[in-house]
Design a protein around this ligand. Sequence first.
Ligand code: NAP
Ligand code: ZN
Ligand code: ZN
Length: 350
Amino acid sequence: MSTKAYAARAADSPLSPFSLSRRDPLPNDVLIDILYCGVCHSDLHQVRNEWHNTVYPCVPGHEILGRVSKVGKDVKKFKEGDLAAVGCMVDSCRTCPSCKAGLEQFCETGGTVFTYNGPDKHLGGVTFGGYSENVVVDEAFALKVSDKVKDLAAAAPLLCAGITTYSPLKHWKVGPGQTVGIVGLGGLGHMGVKFAHAFGAHVVLFTTSPGKAEDAKRLGADEVVVSKDPDAMAARARSFDFILDCVSAQHDVNAYLNLLKLDGTLTLVGAPENPLPVAAFNLILPRRNFAGSAIGGIPETQEMLDFCAERGIGCDVELINIQDVETAYDRLLKSDVRYRFVIDMASLKN
Ligand code: NAP
Ligand code: ZN
Ligand code: ZN
């Protein structure tokens, strides 16, 4: 099946039209016609080869929402016409302890197949993501989207920005009585603020962009700290239970480790290109934890989507045409995102 898409041909060339092949749906597959695809900063890291593993041509996109247009004969979860979504993974080994526990992103055999730039075991080469007309995926890796969801574009980024912040906040049991920091008000950060607020924590947003303060409060932050202000940072020393670091670029994590209480945890979800130095004494006194987290498993992603559908939680999005994706990337690099770009896939036909 020939499918229209946008691809990067090299780290330094802009995305442009591309035609790719999708497999014909197998018995357990669904074919999803893509309505919306979010633009994650990971797409940008990947197309510019900042993680040093990109295979070109590269078709990014892992915040996919659309409608099922064909189902394989053994598919049980979906029928034609249903809403469906795909996040960062399209397969895993399904038999190791992590996969069996619904933590497919941590597949112990290295079997996690990412939605793009992963090994495509059906067609060879690499998987192609959601900056395209459609996607074919095993129903086990497709998510249900409730008919209660009215703004579909606002739901698409839940598939990465949503689950990547929901999962660590749940894992570290963020809730009432805790002071929780979210670092960086971009795609991930703005969902981190919404979820931490929904879970009942006292939420403090750290930003390098003073102009985002009002938005942060509207999104659910109780307080905003401009991280470039050393006095404001010093005043917060040893006062946080948990901090979620959603920054896409090089920054000083020690400045945030210093804000943790005894036994507090700083969890990194941002994935900058280069290592982040940590000063030993910022961890050993007073017994702090520096942790990481990656997206979330399929069952937890479904739980998060249902939680959002019930509560009317969506992302704050700016809808763009696919022809404008490079402009969106430029704006991401300037932290000028409010707060997720989402591609209206109808624009592929332009
Ligand atoms: P984004 O929308 O571009 O947001 C990043 C935010 O970080 C910016 O808006 C800005 O917020 C802040 N920032 C940018 N440059 C900075 C700098 N030099 N110093 C301090 N703060 C800076 O990016 P995103 O899509 O949310 O993704 C964030 C990171 O998470 C990326 O590295 C992405 O690859 C990674 N990621 C990881 C996972 C995972 O599973 N762990 C999943 C998805 C994405 P302010 O303007 O508020 O300062
Ligand atoms: Zn992502
Ligand atoms: Zn596995």
